[in-house]
Design a protein around this ligand. Sequence first.
Ligand code: ATP
Ligand code: ZN
Length: 295
Amino acid sequence: MMQRERLRIAVQKSGRLSDPCFDLLDRCGLRFRRSRDGLFCFGEGEPIDLLLVRDDDIPGLIAQGVCDLGVVGRNVLVECSGAEANGGVCALRDLGFGRCRLAIAVPDGREYVDAASLAGARIATSYPNLLRDWLVRQGVAAEVVTLAGSVEIAPRLGTADAICDLVQSGATLAANQLREVETVLESEAVLVAAAALPADGRSDAIELLLRRIDGVTRVRGSRLLLLQAARDCVDAITAALPGAPRPTVLSMDGQPGQVMLQALCPDELGWRQLEAIQRAGARELFVLPVERALA
Ligand code: ATP
Ligand code: ZN
């Protein structure tokens, strides 16, 4: 391993993971100055720099010690992890964005009952390792056709009978007269690292980053609910809270029968939910956004 004092994180230069990744780093309080050639982003406060690359290169850059951490889809991590050159790269955290699934889809008109329906079929994919593993687990013998891109048009071109590709909404499949039939892998962006984390000056930066990522992801989308109520209503109100958080109940000075209640709700609180909580006896309800948390 190279000796470096500054932590280096590999992130996708441009693509689906770039914006949410920069947004996460921003929420972690990290600011960067981009190098003129657009390859690096230099951290302004903390000793953390970014290397901007194609997502497929990230596991290899970490395995070689060029970067310490990286952000990739689990699909890329698992697909690459079979290669010896990428040995030992593993996921440290799920990041909650870039959600999609690697799915098998067949032409609308093709009959499909279960995995056995794929026996003898040619399946086009950019994820040959993941697909082969899945076929082995299903006990199905099919031909894997590896394509670098435009997998979804292979059935119409007659070069494949089915595809195995990333799906988010399913719109691309529908536009190509394909129907999703199996899920091979559920994916989201993950923070990856070599199995052995650096033990030099970079370890403080890793600790800072993980603590802040946890502080952001733990409360992402959650809301703090504050309200007042008669003590007798606390059970009914607790039952009405979505996501079953455990509320904190505080007594109010000079009002023995009254309490103030606060609860961290995992999701947005809509009007209907608030109205149900109000019917359970709550008054003075406030819903506050939550930006970060520190245990
Ligand atoms: P690069 O030029 O960096 O190689 P790419 O074309 O491989 O880019 P993108 O299409 O930007 O990559 O996708 C990056 C990651 O985003 C995927 O590996 C996957 O984890 C995630 N992702 C989320 N939704 C989708 C989707 N609908 N299609 C493809 N990838 C998706
Ligand atoms: Zn890629």
